[in-house]
Design a protein around this ligand. Structure first.
Ligand code: FRU
Length: 481
């Protein structure tokens, strides 16, 4: 799908876009595809004041298809613009999809690195050891809006010899006087890892080393990212193939991080214990960037590939998936804390202040609210109903998110807590994101209630809390048409 094909076909899908935008399940304060499908956030950066959010996008299909890079911009995280798509598969290196990648701002230009996906169809391939090319491609832009010429910087023969054909999702950053690129990979023995390359000029890249866990940690790592927060280094990855164990790895694929101290003597990175970033159902392919104020901001796909639960109700209306709320990362006791970007507070309306005991049963406005609880002393037990068939339960040190029919086969996710001190719940028409204990744990999910007339109330609760509660307005998106 090159730009010309897209432009020619775009008018034909007007009805699809209108249908998608009229859907009741359309989220009010999350980014979604204008119509069609969204997955990973890509190329995140702030350039000359403007935040650029590119994303994996199939504009004319609410299902898996050939990816282009869609594009939103914002200055304040409340007003957004839908921009023209940024990248199309239009050359031999990316003909079957412009896959995920990152942006690197240098002087007055933005450098993008992404994976060009090529799937051969002329033979009987397994698409793991053969039949696929994943090329690393570089493009430069002077304004974040239009991309210059594509340049192939790495292809299969440049990757270490013990790699399968799955090597993708470049993340580029600078350290000292060098540039580094990290790629997600699956090796010939089905071990997931990240590959580190170095460059002096962003064009010529040399392989440095592989980063992996001491013991087996899945067969493939997607979407790697390496960054520091308050001087602490972290490696973020999405491992595939982790067996579920109690309270851990409950989703088919994981999205989380290791601490990544560099052992200069051994010349390698020591990865700490893996922490899942989110304990809900729908959270994957997170990517971070540092904005002009020095904040480390994380965006993620609020979806889960190959899950056994679905989003059919919106796919039937011509759109599917969304990005999770933007989160700011900070560190406490060596662990990442995630909290909604402070700009989200601009959406608050009708503040109410009460206590848990006096809360009663509250009506919501189309399920769009922010609910904040600060527990007084130890919370023993709590059931917080967020909708008629969605509840968050805390008992015996376990937090449990339970969904009924509106979960479309999402049932239960659990996590252990040392104690429950605070909760912030962000509910949108068809999503819920929960931030526990100041962002120590988060749980995100899609939910498809038959009606948006819903109440919130507590049951079986042995705790008291200070409660703050707001209705939330929507963000504003200026659409192309
Ligand atoms: C992660 C991912 C990436 C890939 C992209 C394709 O969700 O599979 O590894 O680049 O999505 O859309």
């Amino acid at each position: 799908m090159d730009r010309e094909w897209y432009d020619k076909n775009y008018p034909k899908y007007k009805d699809m876009r209108m249908q998608a935008r009229a859907d009741d399940n359309r989220l009010r304060y999350h980014l979604m595809p204008p119509a069609g499908w969204i997955n990973d956030p890509n190329g995140l950066c702030q350039f000359q004041g403007v935040y650029h959010i590119y994303f994996q996008y199939t504009p004319f299909l609410a299902g898996w298809g050939t990816k282009i890079w869609g594009h939103y911009t914002t200055r304040d995280w409340v007003h957004f613009r839908e921009e023209e798509p940024f990248l199309f598969p239009d050359c031999v290196w990316d003909r079957d999809g412009v896959y995920s990648g990152s942006a690197f701002v240098k002087d007055d230009q933005v450098h993008y690195f992404y994976t060009g996906n090529v799937k051969l169809t002329d033979g009987n391939y397994d698409y793991i050891m053969e039949g696929r090319e994943q090329n690393t491609i570089h493009v430069i832009s002077a304004d974040g809006m239009s991309a210059g010429e594509k340049e192939l910087v790495l292809s299969h023969s440049d990757y270490p010899q013990d790699m399968t054909r799955h090597v993708r999702d470049p993340k580029v950053f600078a350290q000292g006087d060098s540039y580094y690129m990290l790629l997600g990979a699956r090796d010939n023995e089905d071990k997931g890892c990240a590959l580190l390359f170095r460059s002096k000029d962003l064009e010529h890249w040399t392989y440095v080393q592989r980063m992996d866990a001491q013991k087996d940690f899945g067969y493939m790592w997607e979407c790697p990212d390496l960054f520091t927060v308050a001087g602490h280094p972290f490696l973020l990855v999405c491992p595939q193939g982790m067996p579920e164990k109690e309270h851990c790895y409950q989703n088919i694929y994981q999205c989380g991080y290791f601490t990544a101290e560099q052992d200069v003597r051994k010349g390698r990175f020591e990865l700490g214990e893996f922490q899942e970033l989110d304990k809900g159902f729908d959270f994957y392919a997170a990517q971070t960037f540092e904005d002009e104020r020095g904040r480390r901001i994380l965006l993620a796909w609020m979806g889960m590939p190959d899950a056994d639960y679905d989003n059919k109700v919106t796919a039937d209306q011509g759109w599917i998936h969304a990005l999770a709320m933007p989160r700011v990362l900070t560190v406490r006791a060596g662990k990442l804390l995630q909290n909604p970007l402070e700009e989200m507070a601009q959406l608050r309306k009708n503040q109410r202040h009460t206590t848990l005991r006096a809360f009663g049963r509250q009506k919501t406005k189309d399920c769009c609210f922010e609910l904040r609880l600060k527990f007084c002393g130890q919370a023993e037990a709590m059931s917080l109903w967020l909708r008629e068939d969605v509840k968050l339960v805390y008992k015996s040190g376990t937090l449990i998110l339970c969904l009924g029919k509106s979960g479309c086969k999402r049932k239960r996710r659990t996590t252990l807590l040392e104690s429950l001190k605070s909760l912030a719940v962000f509910s949108d028409t068809s999503s819920i994101e929960i931030f526990v204990n100041g962002g120590e744990v988060t749980m995100s999910t899609r939910v498809y209630s038959e009606s948006l007339v819903q109440d919130v109330w507590f049951e079986d609760t042995n705790a008291d809390a200070d409660v703050e509660w707001y209705d939330l307005d929507g963000i504003m998106v200026q659409w192309k048409d």
